[in-house]
Design a protein around this ligand. Structure first.
Ligand SMILES: [Zn+2]
Length: 320
């Protein structure tokens, strides 16, 4: 017999993740973590019609106390701390009375540094180079066509995310060394959307009631090639920094956040550092308190159709 209405077991709390929002793309390849405002508003309007948007502490309460899921609850999270979260994203959320949580990489906040993968994308898509050569990894490739650029981007970003922290820093140095400092200044100015907020900005959002969580200190993936001391530093120092500057920091979101970006050691250390919940970018992990250190989130929100597909897949995976 067909069920005409969703049963209680069909409804799971949902968490959705945005990064940054821009008025209009300058180059969507460089601005890969941003979506355009008209897309964002379409998605937010859909979400507010279909879901009961709650804060992460409310979602935590629902999971912890196994409260009814009938309310169809959804929490909004924002990763990375883009400055545009203050002047573009937050006013829209506030106008609709929507709660949100911001996850920040604490050592990058208030500096001119950007998220590590930005440097790779910016060099490839805005560096105007016909060829890229990285002698230390014997890498050489043409950058003459869209498809060659895309291939190089996918390869180098995957490579970067898999590096231990010290090697990642050296690798970014090599990427930056491919073009002059003046050229970088020019590119960074053209892509102001990739700039992160400063602590005054974080404090403003905190005072407005946005929950602030840690996204590590330097936005490094906590995979199994990362040493225990680096993982410890990323988890504890970032938490302490937020607590010294603002107040309690109970939540952590794994940088990159796929299965391979969360080593067994890192998950243990998340718990030891005192975080109550941590968040992945995997949809397949079950949304239960037993998985409180790797909770699932829907991150593929580049367009409205992709959001709908992501939500449908999430529902199937949660039921299965
Ligand atoms: Zn991130």
């Amino acid at each position: 017999m067909l069920k005409s209405i969703s049963s209680k077991s069909d409804i799971f709390p949902t968490i959705i993740t945005y990064h940054g929002v821009v008025a209009k793309y300058t180059d969507r390849q460089v601005q890969n973590n941003q979506i355009e405002i008209h897309e964002f508003l379409k998605q937010i309007d859909y979400i507010t019609k279909r879901f009961n948007v709650v804060s992460l502490p409310e979602l935590q309460d629902t999971l912890t106390n196994n409260k009814s899921y009938q309310k169809n609850i959804l929490a909004i999270t924002l990763d990375d701390g883009y400055a545009n979260n203050i002047d573009i994203v937050y006013p829209e959320l506030r106008a609709r009375g929507l709660a949100s949580t911001l996850f920040i990489p604490t050592d990058l906040i208030g500096t001119s540094k950007r998220i590590p993968t930005y440097y790779v994308r910016a060099l490839i898509w805005a560096g105007h180079k016909n060829k890229i050569k990285i002698p230390s990894i014997s890498f050489e490739h043409q950058l003459d066509t869209f498809s060659n650029k895309k291939k190089v981007e996918i390869y180098l970003i995957k490579y970067l995310k898999a590096l231990p922290y010290e090697k990642m820093k050296r690798f970014i140095g090599e990427i930056m060394g491919q073009i002059s400092e003046e050229k970088w200044q020019e590119i960074n100015q053209s892509f102001h959307s990739e700039a992160l907020m400063d602590w005054n900005g974080v404090r403003y959002l905190y005072d407005e009631g946005v929950v602030i969580g840690s996204h590590g200190a330097n936005h490094v993936s906590l995979h199994n090639r990362q040493s225990s001391s680096i993982i410890n530093n990323e988890l504890k120092n970032s938490k302490k920094r937020i607590e010294d500057k603002l107040g309690e920091c109970k939540y952590f979101s794994f940088p990159s956040g796929s299965m391979i970006d969360m080593s067994i050691d890192a998950i243990k250390q998340v718990s030891n550092a005192g975080y109550e919940l941590a968040f992945s970018t995997e949809k397949s992990i079950k949304m239960t308190i037993n998985n409180r250190l790797t909770l699932p989130r829907i991150c593929d929100v580049k367009s409205f159709p992709r959001l709908l597909v992501g939500m449908a897949r999430y529902k199937i995976l949660q039921k299965g």
